[in-house]
Design a protein around this ligand. Structure first.
Ligand code: GRF
Length: 190
């Protein structure tokens, strides 16, 4: 059984879709920790209600990323995950940390990578006049939103769409894509 830690920053809808999927024994993984960079992350209570251990490490309590990540690594050592899934985790991790978790850390990003790395992906797709948008699951490397892509899902951009409309349509696909990409990744790891 693959041990999975999930990092969040907010409400955790992607985290919940992963927890739902891991309830299926054939998925081959179990959630061992949900960690947030703020104790105010709404997803922590949702994970707690599911009986998944939680932790909060507030990046504002540290003078630099190294200190923040050292505390995260201390907590990870207690739960000993095999994989980390970033799910709406809004902190950029250092090359040192991503190197420690090379080929063992996944992220979901709300665009069709390599297009629109970073923030405001839906508004940028609208501003560019794109006819389709989507989301991507990728392995995390030192370069932001740049690692090998494990899966993508596409949605149409409709006339009159706002960034919020598009975000809502893409989020539905995120909740399907992330569990599928994680399941396939775990199966391939053997
Ligand atoms: C998602 O669109 C995710 O792709 C992005 O942040 C949003 C957060 O969603 N990184 P949630 O916290 O999983 O609900």
């Amino acid at each position: 059984m693959t041990r999975v830690a999930i990092f969040i920053s907010g409400g955790g809808s992607n985290m919940l879709s992963l927890l739902d999927a891991m309830e299926d024994p054939s998925f081959g993984a179990e959630p061992v920790l949900v960690l947030a960079n703020s104790s105010k992350a709404g997803g922590l209570a949702k994970a707690d209600a599911r009986g998944v251990p939680t932790a909060a490490v507030d990046h504002r309590d540290y003078s630099d990323r190294a200190g923040f990540e050292a505390e995260i690594s201390k907590i990870l050592a207690q739960y000993n995950p095999d994989l980390i899934c970033l799910a709406g985790f809004m902190r950029v991790l250092t090359p040192e940390f991503t190197a420690q978790w090379e080929n063992r850390m996944l992220n979901i990003h709300p665009s069709l990578l390599p297009k629109y790395k970073g923030l405001h992906t839906h508004q940028r797709a609208l501003d560019a006049g794109d006819t389709e948008a989507g989301c991507s699951v990728h392995l995390v490397t030192a370069a932001l939103d740049d690692g090998p892509i494990l899966g993508q899902a596409r949605v149409p951009v409709l006339d009159g769409d706002t960034a919020d409309d598009l975000a809502a349509r893409v989020l539905v696909e995120e909740h399907k894509l992330y569990p599928t990409a994680l399941r396939n990744f775990i199966a391939q790891r053997g």
